[in-house]
Design a protein around this ligand. Structure first.
Ligand SMILES: Cc1cc2nc3c(=O)[nH]c(=O)nc-3n(C[C@H](O)[C@H](O)[C@H](O)COP(=O)(O)OP(=O)(O)OC[C@H]3O[C@@H](n4cnc5c(N)ncnc54)[C@H](O)[C@@H]3O)c2cc1C
Length: 526
């Protein structure tokens, strides 16, 4: 009898774990996914042939292993995509010589150039902010002088302790630049003041970004561009080219799920893990609920890989969970995410860049909406991610993204009311007229962001120690580890968990080391 691993969740982490178990061990993986499709947050929703990528997923990684994994499933294009053909592009240096033709097959990754700008004062600013003529003109001389002085001041007298995200930003950018470009947007994302957010979030998310690096990057950008898609030396926020599955990120994960079945594993949709039974320091079984029939079944397991939110994992455990761990886990916080997908006849805002696009729409993949008079946080322009996400090339397919908290006013709006609200905001900031919106859909993504706030997070090590002490339980992925992990980190944590079993490692430290800067250095040097 083969040993069995129950994998909770069919997102990037869970599917990678199943794939890795099949590739490198004798353990039989069974993936239970509570939703109707694979991919988790990185799934692709399909509305009448128009595809939505929740949040916009760039495929890039400093890890060769991850890049190779992705390319093995969906090889990189060798011929131009639909929009490139329309713009007269025959060949790009980055095309792979024997790569597939996106016009002939769906199994292909496109190489996309990233553009994302900040929309503030009803004007566009570079993202990350550069010291360009455009920035200076848009801000005006008075504001620029204030920014310069406050930056010099903070370099001379930095805040000694970085206790909050506000301290983190101010020490790197100065008070004025922080107030202009970081404060409002970050507070929209988290729904709380930056003074209440831990500096650690900045350290992870923004890593080595600073004014000096921004200036250097601006200088470097006038030099010829590097053509490698790995971009190992580039800060995450500055990545300028990325890979993208022709039909959105979910296509990658549907392909991985299919390969798991072909290799003898199991993947089961609409199946929610509702209880986890512990005996001493081991999980012995889980209870799976069929979301269609409501029927429950107990499934024994030798190993458990969990990508479900830790809060729900702990509260569904039956057995000896310390009261303190239970209380702390209940106190873990999250931020939720809503997208209004809107199909437009046209945009009102004009493309004033020198970048050519089909229909001459603005060339951004997404824009950050820094305007304080609207709630929308970001706008996605799906046409620019992949022309194949849009069913009618003459229309513009956008996603208006909102940060919310389950149960708050925004989250509780009916779909109709939310779409109306989104349309009004779109018109208010001058992106498109309401009369040009022809259709729309609402997608809600609960717990999209594990939050680095609250009592539960302050004492997270206690929750982690308890989970790590359960011998056959592996926490992996984003909500699975309550860590701001991207797809590549989520996958690397799955690789590491399987390695832990394979090599019979003593501690689970190797899994938690993923997405700590140290890991990257090790990877780079190796
Ligand atoms: C707005 C936004 C933008 C992003 N942009 C990028 C990007 O550009 N590039 C990038 O690489 N990453 C990006 N990410 C991160 C990426 O989405 C995550 O790293 C990745 O989806 C995490 O994978 P996961 O498998 O850990 O979790 P998830 O994707 O959350 O998958 C977990 C799965 O578990 C299922 N599940 C939960 N509870 C249960 C249960 N009890 N029983 C059964 N199933 C359950 C869920 O339904 C879900 O499908 C972004 C994320 C967000 C929110």
């Amino acid at each position: 009898m083969k040993k069995k691993a129950v994998i909770i969740g069919g997102g990037p982490a869970g599917l990678t774990a199943a794939h890795e178990l099949l590739a490198t061990t004798d353990i039989h993986p069974v993936v239970f996914e509570k939703g109707e499709m694979f991919g988790g947050i990185a799934r692709t929703e399909n509305y009448k042939g128009n595809r939505i990528d929740i949040g916009g997923h760039r495929f890039f990684s400093k890890s060769d292993r991850v890049m190779d994994f992705w390319r093995a499933f969906l090889p990189v294009q060798g011929y131009p995509a639909q929009d490139e053909i329309k713009l007269g592009v025959k060949k790009r240096e980055e095309f792979v010589s024997d790569g597939p033709d996106p016009e002939k097959t769906n199994n292909v990754m496109l190489i996309r150039s990233r553009l994302s700008r900040i929309f503030y004062l009803r004007k566009f600013f570079d993202y990350p902010v550069t010291l360009s003529k455009n920035t200076l003109l848009n801000l005006g001389i008075v504001r620029v002088a204030r920014i310069g002085f406050s930056y010099i001041k903070i370099r001379l007298f930095p805040r000694k302790e970085e206790n909050s995200l506000e301290d983190f930003f101010i020490n790197r950018f100065g008070v004025e630049l922080y107030k202009t470009f970081f404060k409002d947007y970050t507070e929209k994302v988290w729904g709380i003041p930056c003074t209440k957010i831990k500096a650690e979030w900045g350290a992870q998310r923004i890593k080595g970004l600073s004014v000096t690096k921004t200036v250097l990057h601006a200088l470097r950008s006038v030099l010829p561009k590097r053509k490698s898609i790995e971009q190992k030396d580039t800060e995450t926020s500055l990545i300028e080219t990325f890979l993208y599955p022709k039909l959105g990120p979910g296509q990658m994960w549907e392909s991985v799920a299919q390969s798991i079945i072909e290799s003898g594993g199991e993947t089961i949709l609409n199946s929610e893990i509702v209880r986890i039974k512990l005996q001493g320091k081991k999980v012995v079984s889980v209870t799976v609920k069929d979301r269609g029939s409501g029927k429950e079944e107990s499934v024994p397991a030798d190993y458990i890989f969990s990508t479900m939110p830790i809060k729900e994992l702990i509260t569904s455990m039956e057995g000896s969970v310390p009261e303190r761990v239970h209380t702390l886990a209940k106190g873990l916080e999250y931020r939720d995410f809503m997208t209004a997908g809107l199909l437009l006849n046209k945009l009102k805002i004009k493309n004033e860049t020198n970048i050519k696009t089909v229909g001459n729409i603005i060339p951004d993949n997404w824009i950050y909406i820094q305007e304080p008079d609207v709630k929308v946080g970001r706008l996605q322009f799906f046409n620019n991610w992949s022309p194949y996400l849009v069913s009618n090339a003459n229309k513009v397919w956008i996603g208006m993204e909102y940060f919310a908290s389950e149960g708050d006013k925004l989250w509780s709006m009916s779909d109709e009311a939310f779409l109306e609200f989104a349309k009004e905001e779109l018109a208010k900031i001058g992106i498109s007229d309401e009369s040009d919106v022809v259709d729309g859909v609402v997608i809600r993504a609960p717990k999209a962001y594990p939050s680095y706030t609250g009592e539960g997070y302050d004492h997270f090590s206690e929750i982690r120690d308890f989970c790590d002490s359960i011998e056959n339980l592996y926490l992996i992925g984003r909500n699975g580890m309550h860590k701001y992990n991207n797809q590549d980190h989520s996958m690397l944590s799955a690789f590491e968990a399987v390695r832990h079993i394979r090599e019979n490692l003593k501690t689970k430290e190797n899994i938690w080391n993923v997405n700590a800067e140290k890991e990257y250095h090790e990877e780079k040097s190796s």
